[in-house]
Design a protein around this ligand. Structure first.
Ligand SMILES: [Zn+2]
Length: 68
């Protein structure tokens, strides 16, 4: 697992799940057309959102999970 550090505190941040109140995970929608059969329907490629929270100051940094 990749270690992320808070830019202000320098401590290791903790990955936390990001989801809506309904329990759905959040995704980033790119401008790239979705690969496969749905590509012709105007669907866009999506990326999972990974959030890292600083235990000191509460800063949340979010990253697009491109490696999945
Ligand atoms: Zn911090």
């Amino acid at each position: 697992m990749t270690t992320r550090r808070c830019p202000d505190c320098g401590v290791t941040t903790t990955e936390m799940r990001v989801q809506t109140g309904d329990g759905f995970g959040l995704h980033l929608v790119t401008d790239e057309p979705k690969k496969g059969l749905l590509g012709g329907l105007g669907m866009r490629e999506t990326l999972r959102l990974r959030a890292f929270v600083c235990p000191e100051c509460g800063l949340v940094r979010s990253y697009a999970a491109r490696d999945e």
